[in-house]
Design a protein around this ligand. Structure first.
Ligand SMILES: C[S@@+](CC[C@H](N)C(=O)[O-])C[C@H]1O[C@@H](n2cnc3c(N)ncnc32)[C@H](O)[C@@H]1O
Length: 449
């Protein structure tokens, strides 16, 4: 076995060749960090994704190995600046201003005129980000987009943003997600330590930080910007992160009969249902969520697939999933990224309502990510990775997932669960876990007990 550093370098070298070959076979080359992001089918190619994960896993492990542990740890003390500075830049519309300026970028004095923010502050925060490969400084105090920063742009022009500020994050999932990270998530995280030491004091750190007994969702009902921003951020999961096949094969749509009913419980405006409707237009769909999401849903469907609502194939319904489920004996009750929002007690209440409405042939399908150990553990699917990488590939594969787990804890005392924990939750609410279809997000298929 070679020494760890040599082994890490070999992984980087071999997988870089894999990446370059995949791009050259598609008559292209690995995208430069200096040019704005352009989506290509290769973004989702499983071999490309795997090569990327291995390169990032090896590179981050190499850094953790060779960097002075003092410098390595010092970075942890300032992690909040990553969050707060990206949030600020999005807030003052720098990404859109630089998009409109084009590839040459803009001097901070011009950015200052456009944003109303002091040029010296802008220079410092943009330098902070450019040092971390978000934006590039093309000459002293002149900044332009690079590949990561180009994804921070909203889907609207500055004029549109100024005209309707509450709608500014519509159709901009990444900007929405990062901006909410710098807002209610960051504020709530200040109560993290206090909550963990005394969890009886409130439902979640969010409730401590904002001094409210309300669940985040109910709190959103009175705040259009936050509610719309969260909705836009959720779309990130459907459009950018998960392949549609996860959902189409997850519900086993080919085996369903025309007019079978699929209920998307807590479906938000219905991004998963839209994927399913496109694949299986003969099924019937009911997207349920709280009132404000239903209003936003109408707009979404009228834009994306107006015929679906007109024909009645897709219905939007205001429904609180803690109350009796009005749709009885549906073929499928599906919940994507819902159960992980709730503690065990609440999760059981939600699943029990569905069990009471289900018929003997109904299926319950949860689309969730499964929690895994960092060490090798074949029972939860954490299998060994190439020597000397962490078995879960560290932040390359589990970075977003573990951040999400902490966000769930912070906002609602929710949690990512293991396979065993989902099976147990099902058992205690009348459902038997029959199958797990693996993927970036898994389909957990349950039948009534
Ligand atoms: C994490 S999002 C998931 C949305 C959707 N399933 C998706 O994957 O795009 C959680 C959703 O649960 C909804 N929600 C929260 N509490 C609810 C309740 N009591 N009844 C119905 N929906 C609720 C929220 O409005 C939000 O749309």
């Amino acid at each position: 076995m070679s020494d760890p550093l040599t082994a890490l370098l070999q992984i980087i070298s071999t997988q870089t060749t894999v990446l370059q070959t995949a791009y050259s076979k598609a008559d292209s080359s690995v995208p430069s960090i200096n040019t704005p992001f352009q989506p290509t089918p290769l973004e989702f190619d499983p071999r490309v994704t795997e090569a990327r994960h291995l390169i990032v896993a090896a590179a981050t492990q190499l850094i953790a190995t060779v960097q002075s542990p003092i410098e390595f740890l010092q970075a942890q003390a300032g992690g909040m600046f990553d969050t707060v500075i990206v949030g600020f830049i999005i807030d003052v519309n720098v990404p859109e201003i630089l998009r409109e300026a084009g590839p040459e970028g803009l001097h901070v004095d011009d950015l200052s005129t456009a944003t109303g923010v002091d040029a010296s502050y802008l220079a410092r925060v943009l330098r902070y980000l450019a040092t971390r490969h978000i934006f590039k400084e093309t000459s002293p105090n002149v900044f332009a987009h690079n590949r990561p920063s180009s994804l921070l742009t909203k889907a609207k022009s500055i004029k549109e943003i100024q005209k309707t500020p509450t709608a500014r994050f519509d159709n901009a999932p990444i900007a929405a997600y990062l901006h909410l990270g710098s807002d209610e998530l960051l504020t709530s995280s200040t109560a993290f330590s206090s909550f963990l030491k005394n969890p009886k004091q409130a439902a979640a750190p969010f409730n401590v930080a904002y001094n409210t007994p309300k669940k985040m969702w109910d709190w959103f009902e009175e705040d259009e910007l936050r509610s719309r921003r969260f909705t836009a951020a959720m779309k990130n999961s459907a459009d950018a992160m998960f392949r549609p096949e996860i959902f189409t094969s997850g519900i086993n749509g080919d085996a369903l009969n025309p007019d079978d009913v699929v209920v998307d419980v807590g479906g938000n405006i219905g991004p998963v249902t839209l994927t399913l409707y496109k694949a299986f237009p003969k099924l019937r769909y009911i997207v349920q969520d709280l009132g404000q999401q239903v209003v936003a849903g109408e707009k979404f469907w009228n834009e994306k697939a107006p015929q679906a609502l007109k024909s009645g194939r897709v219905q939007l319904q205001a429904h609180d999933f803690f109350t009796p489920q009005p749709i009885k004996d549906a073929a499928i009750y599906m919940l994507r990224l819902i159960i992980h929002d709730w503690c065990d007690e609440d999760a059981k209440k939600i699943l029990s309502q569905l069990r009471s409405a289900a018929g003997s042939q109904s299926k319950l399908i949860l689309f969730e990510m499964l929690a895994k150990h960092v060490s090798e553990n074949p029972t939860d699917g954490t299998l060994s990775a190439p020597y000397p990488l962490l078995p879960n590939l560290g932040v390359a594969k589990a970075g977003f997932f573990t951040t999400l787990d902490m966000s769930l804890l912070t906002m609602y005392n929710g949690k990512e669960r293991t396979y065993e924990e989902y099976a147990q939750l099902g058992k205690e609410s009348g459902w038997k876990l029959e199958e797990v279809k693996p993927g970036k997000i898994c389909a957990l298929v349950f039948s009534p007990i």
